[in-house]
Design a protein around this ligand. Structure first.
Ligand SMILES: C=C1C[C@]23C[C@H]1CC[C@H]2[C@]1(C)CCC[C@@](C)(C(=O)O)[C@H]1[C@@H]3C(=O)O
Ligand code: AKG
Ligand code: FE2
Length: 373
């Protein structure tokens, strides 16, 4: 993975303002620029609440068999129908979540030129991005993001702390400490969720462990400024996550919508709950049994909104392939073998993740393999 950061310190303040997403200036305009306008079918209002099943993880995390059975049943049903569920008693300290929000607020409140000084470089996932304006020219998302890598290694080199120290320096040392802990908790939880998913698919509970334990996951802080025309703009456009499992905490404003039963439905925020969804890579790992569901984030006229997304990813170069047991039971293998590094490259360099990423990635992969034969 590319790990460079773009240093734009040679630009003056005015140049930075005219080239990058600066909400404080954009919000004062009567209309959002055309580049932020989405097609009508993407912005239709959600008209009902999504009843995302609530899974209590307390018993399972304590090793209680009966509670595990209940959690497995709920997860199997949710993942076979739409791929979204919520978890409570997940073991992540609510104070840590609150601290993560405080630290992300401090970052997004920085002057634009300081944020831009750690802008993502082309092809890289890591760093700051304003509306992805450097990557795309239309259907821009009304958001700022800060993304950084997480992988478990020895505590002598905590990767998240190092990211904050090396990019933002002393002022963000505490942010590094907080997000290091936050990512460790998310990874721990993600690995336990993989056990439940494995059991629910009828394979050994540790089946997915090896693929993920050394993987490099993506942590992303999403900041959605208030928007004067929320009926035409979107914070994050309709997409399925290309990653494996997403563990999301949203603040109390609300704005996450899921497309289920052929209609957009809102996922009401619950401070104590984390929203979990299946991504395209896990769809492949379940031979298509578990759905990676279309979702989006809408914006709001009056309030800014924040969310914390942890995208669990497999080790880049290991083969992503559904367990043989499942393929045998299903009779066909639904997806070709690939690596997370292939899919990441596809979404960063060739294709903007949407509702058809997995389908188009599969076509791309097969045609590029054909060319090298
Ligand atoms: C590997 C990733 C690509 C995206 C960030 C992570 C997981 C989700 C992807 C994304 C959020 C899906 C919607 C479109 C996207 C461009 C975005 O709005 O940020 C996607 C991310 C990306 O390509 O940077
Ligand atoms: O902010 C949200 O609620 C959802 C964001 C999202 O779907 C993503 O970052 O992939
Ligand atoms: Fe998403």
């Amino acid at each position: 993975m590319n790990s460079g950061f773009c240093m734009v310190s040679s630009l003056n303040h005015q140049e930075v303002q005219s080239r990058f997403f600066d909400p404080s200036w954009l919000q004062m305009q009567p209309h959002v620029p055309m580049s932020f306008v989405w097609p009508k079918e993407c912005v239709v209002d959600a008209n009902e609440e999504f009843q995302a099943p609530m899974v209590d993880l307390g018993g399972f995390l304590r090793g209680d068999e009966e509670a595990t059975h209940v959690a497995v049943k709920l997860i199997r049903k949710a993942c076979s129908t739409h791929g979204f569920f919520q978890v409570i008693n997940h073991g992540v300290d609510p104070l840590l979540i609150a601290e993560a929000y405080e630290q992300m607020d401090a970052f997004f409140k920085l002057p634009i030129d300081r944020k831009v000084s750690i802008h993502k470089t082309p092809g890289s996932v890591w760093g700051y991005s304003g509306a992805h304006a450097d990557r795309f020219s239309s259907k821009l998302p009304w958001k700022e993001t800060l993304s950084f890598p997480f992988h478990d290694n020895n505590t002598l080199d905590p990767v998240v702390s190092t990211f904050f120290n090396s990019t933002l320096g002393q002022d963000f040392q505490q942010a590094g400490v907080v997000f290091q802990k936050y990512c460790e908790s998310m990874k721990r939880l993600g690995m336990k969720l993989l056990e439940l998913l494995a059991i629910s698919l009828g394979v050994d509970k540790l089946h997915y462990k090896e693929l993920f334990e050394d993987g490099c996951s993506v942590m992303r802080c999403n900041f959605y400024p208030s928007c004067q025309e929320p009926s035409v703009a979107l914070g994050t456009g309709p997409h399925c996550d290309p990653t494996s499992l997403t563990i999301l905490h949203q603040d109390q404003v609300g704005g996450l919508d899921v497309f289920a039963d052929n209609t957009w439905q809102t996922v009401p925020p619950r401070a104590r709950a984390l929203v979990v969804n299946i991504g395209d890579t896990f769809t492949a790992l379940s031979n298509g049994r578990y759905k990676s569901c279309l979702h989006r984030a809408v914006v709001n006229k009056y309030k800014e909104r924040r969310s914390l997304a942890f995208f669990l990813c497999p080790k880049e170069d290991k083969v992503v392939r559904a367990p043989e047991d499942i393929v045998r039971r299903d009779g066909t293998k639904q997806y070709p073998d690939f690596t997370w590094s292939n899919l990441l490259e596809f979404t960063q360099n060739y294709y903007r993740a949407d509702e058809a990423t997995l389908h188009n990635f599969t076509k791309w992969l097969l045609s590029s393999k054909q060319q090298t034969l």
